[in-house]
Design a binder for this molecule. Sequence first.
Ligand SMILES: Nc1ncnc2c1ncn2[C@@H]1O[C@H](COP(=O)(O)OP(=O)(O)OP(=O)(O)O)[C@@H](O)[C@H]1O
Ligand SMILES: [Mg+2]
Length: 367
Amino acid sequence: MTDNLLEAAGLMVHYPIRSGMVVNRTIGHVKAVDGVDLAVPRGSTYGLVGESGCGKSTLGRALLRLEDITAGTVTFQGRDITKLRGEELRKLRRHAQMVFQDPMASLDPRQSVQSMLTEPLRVHGLAESDRAEFGKNSAKAHAAKAASMLELVGLPRSALGKYPHEFSGGQRQRIGIARAMILNPELVIADEPVSALDVSVQAQVLNLLSDLQDRFGLTYVVVAHDLAVVRHISDTIGVMYLGRMVEEAPADDLYREPLHPYTTSLLSAIPVPDPVVEDARERVLLDGDLPSPANPPSGCRFHTRCPWRRDELCATEDPPLREIAPGRRVACHWAETIAAGRIEPHAAAVVPAKDAEGAGGSATAAD
Ligand SMILES: Nc1ncnc2c1ncn2[C@@H]1O[C@H](COP(=O)(O)OP(=O)(O)OP(=O)(O)O)[C@@H](O)[C@H]1O
Ligand SMILES: [Mg+2]
């Protein structure tokens, strides 16, 4: 039996849309996450991808109970955490933390790195396992732990007395990672941890995350809109579209053979380093724009943009996420038929990549 640290079942997060100045009426809901099942084995990395607005951040936050859950359940360490409140919810924070795109951007620019790093310790206290090494929960013990965390993320102790503006983006993210890890959590959800960084720095920060995972047996959920970012660090990748998981697969399998048309389109937008292959690369362009998650299309939510869409079935019946090969789950009525090459996408959707850059209505994995 697999030891899943984190699971979600039928998870939904709907945001009410309100109107009216005097009487606040709810006139609909943004279905940001709309029925997601997910299982993350202990010590593994789950990469969550999909274009802007598909619900990745909302899902990541809901898994940590940072969003109100409309329906469904979240299980962490074998325990249902969907309805935790107060002190119980506070205790969860010690075990499950979040890394943001630029965590220091949202913090007080006048707060020193030391104050930033020790804040979680002031709230929760040192982890049990750290007390032997650092002593009781004194300011001195907290400062010592903060200094050791800085070294762990590759920054000098002298950074403790500095302020956010004194660091580069990559250094700031290292501090954000140190802050998330200072309580020795088991689970870290990283929302676009490298999206704000230069490509060369991205690799360094991703390597740091991998090193920390190996060292401490951490479990990660890493959110990215860029599939290239999560490829090498993920064991499993989940592709989201309009609040739903449309494909889930071991990372290598997903890149080698995407099974959902949406995944195919996302992957086709990634440039290939080999110039010969790149020259022949074809883009699969999607029709139109992302529909509103307040009013998702009937049937398969992707059918309005799908170059492989067939008939009534696509427009009327919602395809479940089903296992069609070991470890391969896909929510498409026609997945097997498409994989066998027996249905072609409509001709206008497939264009040479070099002609497609900047084309409208397409899913770009690198935007
Ligand atoms: N607090 C909120 N209130 C209302 N709607 C929200 C709220 N947060 C997110 N949404 C909406 O929910 C949908 C999903 O948003 P979310 O931020 O989860 O997407 P995302 O996949 O993380 O996108 P991005 O790649 O741009 O970060 C979007 O339509 C968004 O506008
Ligand atoms: Mg987001």
